[in-house]
Design a binder for this molecule. Structure first.
Ligand SMILES: *[C@@H]1O[C@H](CO)[C@@H](O)[C@H](O)[C@H]1NC(C)=O
Ligand SMILES: *[C@@H]1O[C@H](CO)[C@@H](O)[C@H](O)[C@H]1NC(C)=O
Ligand SMILES: *[C@@H]1O[C@H](CO)[C@@H](O)[C@H](O)[C@H]1NC(C)=O
Ligand SMILES: *[C@@H]1O[C@H](CO)[C@@H](O)[C@H](O)[C@H]1NC(C)=O
Ligand SMILES: *[C@@H]1O[C@H](CO)[C@@H](O)[C@H](O)[C@H]1NC(C)=O
Length: 476
């Protein structure tokens, strides 16, 4: 009798475990489906990621380092093997040269147990608990490349997970290979006046155009920007061409052209006095083309995103930085004042007219970063990331040869860190809101539990199944 009831209790427990797992999966699925929809719609507007073509170009052949294609049959242990656990590069095998060091890079996971395998590289967006290179041997270094929006794969953004890695390349300035300026080609595009529309002309254009323009088709992301903008729109005119809060169509020759000509679109944007440059997530150093584009065009960005953005602006008076604790109405009043006062507006474009970037930190960053953006004379950041790991692996091989203690590298919490997403609490018509808006905070909180579970399983250092993982998450 007692045995029976224990068995049925167990069954009951398993049943509830499965039920909660299914529920969670349904929510996750919804997020995934909606994210998928963004991805499809996003390209209606100008190229989202200007940097993309850079490394895609290399990945599909013709790269700087793709000198030698080979399979790992060579003299055993001659080169360390570095396995891309996420098949980002698609390269079955390549002997990469990093200065005087050579490493064999491959996406072939069967090399997991090869004695020459020294490091595993992960791509954040694809980082998947379903299969990890566990057990992790003492000499296995883990390296994370994650340049994308924090809304992709939240669980990496918590200390228990990010600190599993030895090496990082992320948008954070604290990471081992910071990619903070990845959306900015160089200083010249910033100071260029190619698109600049003179202020007297902007003033004339105000007869037909709003002072402010907004272009977004990825609606209701974690930053909750659409709620803010929707409130702002009650107090100042905003022309919105994208799918979010859409109120103005593009000229017919540009409408629904998937491959919309960048130039023509830039010329439209350049006519405005202000561009709402609102990131999809709010984290220090997470800065995208949303900031750089208005600066390139000679339009004043009204920026909401990285709280430390001032560290990256070309001058201390080049953008209006949104203070999220203040009401949008106050911002609207300020923008209206600038709209009416040419002298004051012009102070925001002084740097552009003088072609002068007074932020020496930004100048230094662009000069010293070891990779380029859309620049065939410089390496791309994937190559540089691979080589950073290769060189560190060699550094320890050399130390060991000399009988020295090997060096250790360890990611820190601030290599990938974002606060709990904020939800603005302006009264808004619930019918206008997508189901996605409410999901980010819950998803972030959930990801904390997942991070703790993953940490626990990784420390146990045994291969685990998905079921074991979810059990760990739900018994947190
Ligand atoms: C992966 O590596 C294994 C072991 O060296 C080899 O047998 C296999 O052919 C490789 N797979 C591919 C697709 O090259
Ligand atoms: C871990 O287990 C899964 C099945 O649960 C298997 O597919 C995978 O190959 C294993 N990974 C390693 C590194 O042994
Ligand atoms: C901005 O920088 C200029 C010099 O580049 C300086 O004279 C001015 O005081 C600064 N203004 C503020 C508000 O920091
Ligand atoms: C890599 O990180 C792991 C886990 O923190 C650590 O045990 C190991 O010593 C590190 N290896 C190197 C080479 O830094
Ligand atoms: C919100 O919804 C109302 C009616 O449902 C509509 O009139 C209004 O235009 C919508 N606002 C936005 C910004 O989409």
């Amino acid at each position: 009798m007692a045995r029976l009831s224990i068995v049925s209790l167990r069954k009951l427990f398993v049943f509830f475990l499965c039920l909660s797992a299914v529920l969670f999966l349904l929510i996750t699925l919804q997020v995934v489906v909606e994210l998928g929809q963004f991805e499809r719609t996003v390209h209606i507007l100008p190229p989202r990621d200007l940097h993309e073509s850079g490394w895609r170009h290399r990945l599909h052949g013709g790269g700087l380092l793709a000198s030698e294609r080979t399979s790992p049959g060579g003299p055993e242990g001659q080169y360390p093997y570095i396995v891309w656990w996420s098949p980002l590069t698609g390269e079955i095998g390549r002997l990469g040269e990093c200065g005087t060091n050579k490493c064999f890079f491959t996406i072939n996971r069967t090399l997991y147990s090869h004695p020459s395998t020294q490091a595993f590289l992960f791509y954040g967006t694809d980082f998947n608990i379903e299969s990890l290179p566990l057990p992790r041997r003492a000499h296995h270094q883990w390296a994370l490349f994650h340049e994308e929006s924090p809304k992709n794969n939240y669980k990496l953004f918590h200390e228990p997970v990010i600190t599993l890695f030895n090496h990082t390349a992320t948008f954070s300035q604290h990471s081992h290979l910071p990619l903070t300026s990845q959306y900015l080609e160089n200083l010249e595009v910033l100071t260029s006046q190619t698109y600049l529309v003179p202020l007297n002309q902007k003033n004339k254009l105000r007869k037909t155009l709003a002072p402010v323009v907004y272009v977004q088709s990825d609606c209701d992301p974690p930053s909750d920007r659409d709620a803010y903008v929707s409130e702002l729109m009650k107090h100042i005119k905003v022309d919105s061409y994208g799918q979010c809060l859409h109120n103005k169509d593009l000229p017919s020759h540009l409408r629904d052209s998937i491959a919309m000509e960048e130039q023509a679109f830039y010329q439209i944007l350049a006519q405005y006095k202000f561009i709402l440059a609102f990131e999809n997530a709010v984290c220090d150093d997470y800065i995208t083309e949303k900031l750089w584009r208005p600066l390139k065009l000679g339009v004043v960005p009204v920026y909401y995103g990285a709280p430390n953005v001032r560290q990256w602006l070309p001058s201390n008076s080049s953008a209006v930085v949104v203070v999220p604790d203040e009401p949008p109405e106050k911002l609207a009043l300020y923008l209206k004042r600038l709209d009416e006062d040419d002298g004051e507006y012009a102070t925001y474009l002084e740097w552009k007219l003088k072609r002068e970037v007074s932020n020496l930190e930004l100048v230094k960053e662009l000069k010293e970063r070891p990779w380029g953006v859309q620049d065939p004379t410089q390496e791309n950041y994937i190559d540089v990331f691979e080589c950073m790991v290769c060189s560190r692996v060699w550094e320890n091989i050399d130390r060991q040869k000399k009988g020295l203690v090997p060096k250790t590298w360890q990611a820190e919490g601030n290599h990938l860190k974002c606060p709990l997403p904020r939800v603005f609490d302006f009264a808004s018509d619930p019918r206008n809101r997508t189901s996605l808006r409410g999901i980010w905070r819950a998803s972030y909180e959930q990801s904390k539990k997942e991070a703790r579970a993953l940490r626990h399983l990784a420390e146990r250092n045994k291969n685990f199944t998905v079921a074991q993982y979810w059990k760990e998450v739900f018994t947190d």
